[in-house]
Design a protein around this ligand. Structure first.
Ligand code: URA
Length: 236
């Protein structure tokens, strides 16, 4: 797609059209490594790399991110007790309107997807699509076979008409892996409580077909593209 440089900058989150024009006019922008001299220049978005104040920003028409969420940050723009996950992202990503794909509790760590593609967010979070989400659950009491069977058989939650089930697997004395297909408020904690135990730590390992990338250390993010993006997009 061909577009005007100031519009390309604006689409990538560098502020208002006026602010983007100023950036170019004061010599702060390179286009594919060459200093840009006019905000009105036409650029091709395919393969485009904008350099703004020395930092490279590959152009993404829509942005898809995987974040390794630490415990102790909130999935909200207006957090109450902890910093916001958005404070872990570069400012242009926030300006362009990236949102969490579902929420994790403040004390939950692990894979969090973010995007500015509304249809993608809708598809991954809609109950209709039953996207599987896998958690490593650390419990206060020993994980028994009976606990795993209760979770697999379904437990009654007060906001669900039918029992809610998950695929559980014992991992160690006090840990289990649980896959659920809904995204209800505090779902894993409430399911484990209803099955007679108590969650002391929760870590999301997988969303759909995408596993938390091993290279993502806690608090870091990566842009999803190529095969990793195909994996999440292929999610039912
Ligand atoms: N279930 C929970 O209880 N908390 C989360 O953060 C995610 C799933």
């Amino acid at each position: 797609m061909r577009l005007q440089l100031d519009k390309a900058l604006q689409a990538q989150g560098f502020g208002t059209r006026k602010a983007c024009r100023l950036l170019v006019n004061r010599g702060a922008v390179n286009v594919n490594g060459v200093l840009a001299d006019s905000p009105d220049a036409a650029v091709e978005s395919d393969g485009l790399v904008l350099t703004v104040e020395g930092v490279d920003w590959p152009f993404h028409e829509r942005l898809y991110l995987a974040l390794h969420k630490p415990a102790g940050v909130e999935c909200s723009h207006t957090p109450t007790h902890h910093p916001s996950v958005f404070s872990l992202l570069p400012a242009p990503f926030v300006t362009r309107g990236v949102q969490c794909v579902g929420r994790l509790d403040a004390d939950t760590s692990g894979l969090l997807l973010l995007s500015d593609d509304g249809a993608f967010i809708q598809r991954l979070t809609s109950p209709k699509h039953k996207v599987p989400k896998t958690y490593l659950v650390t419990c206060a009491e020993p994980v028994t076979q009976a606990l795993v069977e209760r979770l697999s058989g379904g437990v009654q939650l007060n906001d669900a008409p039918e029992p809610v089930a998950g695929q559980g697997e014992r991992v160690s004395e006090r840990a289990l892996r649980l896959t659920i297909h809904e995204g209800k408020y505090h779902q894993v904690k409430r399911m484990v409580a209803a099955a007679g135990n108590h969650v002391v730590a929760l870590h999301r390992e997988r969303v759909g077909a995408l596993e938390l990338p091993a290279a993502l250390t806690t608090g870091t993010w990566q842009v999803l593209d190529g095969p990793a993006l195909a994996l999440v997009k292929a999610t039912p």
